[in-house]
Design a protein around this ligand. Sequence first.
Ligand code: NI
Length: 398
Amino acid sequence: MELETIIAQACELDETVRGHRRHLHEHPELSFEEHATADYIASVLEQEGIFCRRVAGTGVLARIEGRGDLHRAVVLRADIDALPIEEQNAVAYASKNHGVMHACGHDLHAAVLLGTLTLLNRRRTELCGTLFGLFQPGEELCPGGASLVLKEDPFAGYEVQAVVGEHVDPDLPTGVLGFRPGKYMASSDELRITVRGEGGHAAMPQRLKDPVVAAAAVITALQQVVSRNADSRMPTVLSIGRVVADGATNVIPDQVYMEGTLRTFNEVWRTEAKRRVCEIVRHTVAAYGTEADVRISDGYPCVVNDPTLTEQARRLVGELFGAGHTVELDLRPTAEDFGYYTQRYPSLFFRLGVGGTDPATGEAGKLHTSCFNPDEKALHYGVANLTALALRLAEAEV
Ligand code: NI
C-alpha cells in the first residue's frame, strides 16, 4: 500500500468531497428524517457503481466486495443527522432548512465516507473481504440510530473485524487526529423523579408532608453516588437540571418533579449506580414522610475503543502524515450511540481535527452551536486516513 499515492488521490478528490459536504450542509435534516440526505448519498454511491441499500429507515448501507474470504468484514460508519439549531454562519452553502443545521459535523462525516468509499471502490482488488460503508441515521436522538441498525442485524453471517467511526473536533488543529484506547466516552442515562407529599398552606407545614424540602434533600443526597459510592478511579457525573415545584410564596405543592442525567465510563458500575439512585431516593423521601417515583431511561452505552485497533490506527496516522499528527484524547463525558457497536464488535472511534491552524482562535466555533464552522481542509486528511485504515485493516485479514 503506497501511502503517498493514497494522500495524492484524496487531494485529487478533495473538490468533489467538499461539494458533497456543502450539499449536505445546505440541506440538513433532523434525526430519523434524513430522507433527502439518504437519497443524495445513495445517488452518489450508485454513480460510482457501489452497491447500497437502505438501513434503519433513513440510513444507507454501502457494500464493496474485495477478494479472499468475503465473510470477513470491516465497517466504516458515519452519522448523517443534523440538529434543531438556526445557522448563523454567513457562508454561501448555509442551511436552507430553517431551524435545522449540521452543527455537529455529521455533514463532514458523511462526505469523508463518500470520498473514502469512492477511493476504496477503485482499489477493491487490494481489499480483502467485504467493506461496509454505514451512513447511520439518528445519532442525536434516543434510542439512537445505532441501536436500530443493530436490531436489523445487517452484518449477520459476517465476521466483523472492526467498526470504525470518526467525529470532527474543533479543539484539535486541522490535520491532527485524536485517539484513546479503552474507555473514551460516557454512558448516559436520563433520570426522572417525582416526589409526592401533601401540599397546603405554607404557614402550617406541620400539617403537611412537604415534597419541596424532601426533593431538596434528594438532590443533595444523590451526590453520594458520585462522592461516596463511585470508586475514585471511576469518573461519574450526576446532574439534576430541572426542578419543578409549582407552588407559591404561601403554597406548598403536592409534588415536585425533577430531571437529570447520570454518566459513567463503566457498564458494571453504571448498573450499580442506577440501583443506588433508586435506593437513595426511596430512603431519603421516606425520612420526610413522602414518596417518590424514579424513572430511569437508558441512554447510550459507554464508547470503549479496542486497544489493538486504536494503536494500529494511531501508528498509521504517523506513517501517513508524519509525527505530531496524533494526540491522546481525554475521557469525554458526552455520549455517542457508537457505544452500541463497541459492545458488539471490536471498534474504534476517533477524532478528526477541524480547528484550523490554531484552535485557540475559536474560528471553527463549538460543536452544537449556531456558529460551528469546521475547517474544510480537514476533509482530505479524513479521506486519506480512512482509506488507508480500511486498506490496512483489510490487509490484516488475509
Ligand atoms: Ni456528533
